[in-house]
Design a protein around this ligand. Structure first.
Ligand code: NAP
Length: 260
């Protein structure tokens, strides 16, 4: 189907990213791994980025087993040279990056009074600077192609704050401001920039909270359970697709009603 504005809308969504390249940071486990697999299911070739290449190879193997195409790109998102090199290697292999998912993120939780400079810097450098570096690196090729989808993995912590997470909440709130500003800058080039803000999702990051805390958390969530990585990946797939072209600068909250 082609609209009056000359935009084409694939019918069902199956295979809507065929022929496209996606780059997903933090793709070796948790949400990033689920997103990489989901985008591959949608037909995209996926460049899977993280620091530990051995773990990345597992995600790549899984995508290839599904009949998809993927490559592992070892890179520290907080390091400008490493990011530039990663983007160049993907562009030289696949010519274009249609979808960027800035998902790599860490926590270094502690109360503000005890927070070390390094705990602040590590979190801000990974969660916020990493997204800045990757977004800047893909902007020129996306502008030349006059097409792009950028999705930033924020968190409800960046919306409502969380005690013990001043560094993390600041990084995620910063990512939301970054999303809105860049969305306005790139909209005229048909590049959309959105954020998703998950609540508590079952991954290694939340397992680290311990059983007692997780039980207390579940009781506070209206749907009474943690989310699944696949449920976040499904939302990212939608925002990454050609049918989401009129959505930009938005934050999609995926939290089982926690912040409703
Ligand atoms: P996770 O299981 O700890 O995975 C984090 C991923 O990021 C790993 O692949 C890790 O690989 C990579 N990574 C960390 N530092 C990196 C760096 N400097 N350079 C490159 N890659 C790096 O975390 P997750 O739970 O899936 O979370 C993924 C994202 O969702 C994060 O941004 C997180 O803040 C956000 N989020 C998670 C939840 C949740 O409930 N799980 C809720 C809201 C938001 P290496 O260690 O090998 O580099």
């Amino acid at each position: 189907m082609t609209s009056e504005h000359g935009l084409s809308f694939p019918g069902t969504g199956a295979g809507e990213l065929a022929g496209q390249t996606a780059l997903v940071t933090g793709a070796s486990r948790g949400l990033g791994r689920a997103v990489a697999i989901e985008l591959a299911r949608a037909g995209a070739r996926v460049a899977c980025v993280a620091r530990n290449e051995a773990k990345l190879v597992e995600t790549v193997g899984e995508i290839r087993a599904l009949g998809g195409d993927a490559e592992a790109v070892a890179c520290d998102v907080s390091d400008a040279a490493s990011v530039q090199q990663a983007v160049e290697s993907v562009l030289s292999r696949w010519q274009q990056i249609h979808v960027l998912v800035n998902n790599a993120g860490i926590t270094r939780d502690t109360l503000l009074a005890r927070m070390q400079d390094a705990q602040w810097d590590e979190v801000l450098n990974t969660n916020l600077r990493g997204a800045f570096l990757f977004t800047r690196a893909v902007t020129r090729p996306m502008m030349q192609a006059r097409y792009g989808r950028i999705i930033n993995m924020a968190s409800v912590s960046g919306l409502v704050g969380n005690p013990g997470q001043a560094n993390y909440a600041a990084s995620k709130a910063g990512l939301i401001g970054f999303t809105r500003a860049v969305a306005r800058e790139l909209a005229s080039r048909k590049i959309t920039v959105n954020a998703v803000a998950p609540g508590f999702i079952e991954t290694e990051m939340t397992q680290a909270l311990g059983d007692a805390t997780l039980e207390e958390v579940k009781n506070r969530i209206p749907v009474k359970r943690l989310g699944l990585a696949e449920e976040v990946a499904a939302a990212v797939r939608f925002l990454a697709g050609p049918r989401a072209g009129y959505i930009t600068g938005q934050v999609l909250v995926i939290d089982g009603g926690l912040t409703a």
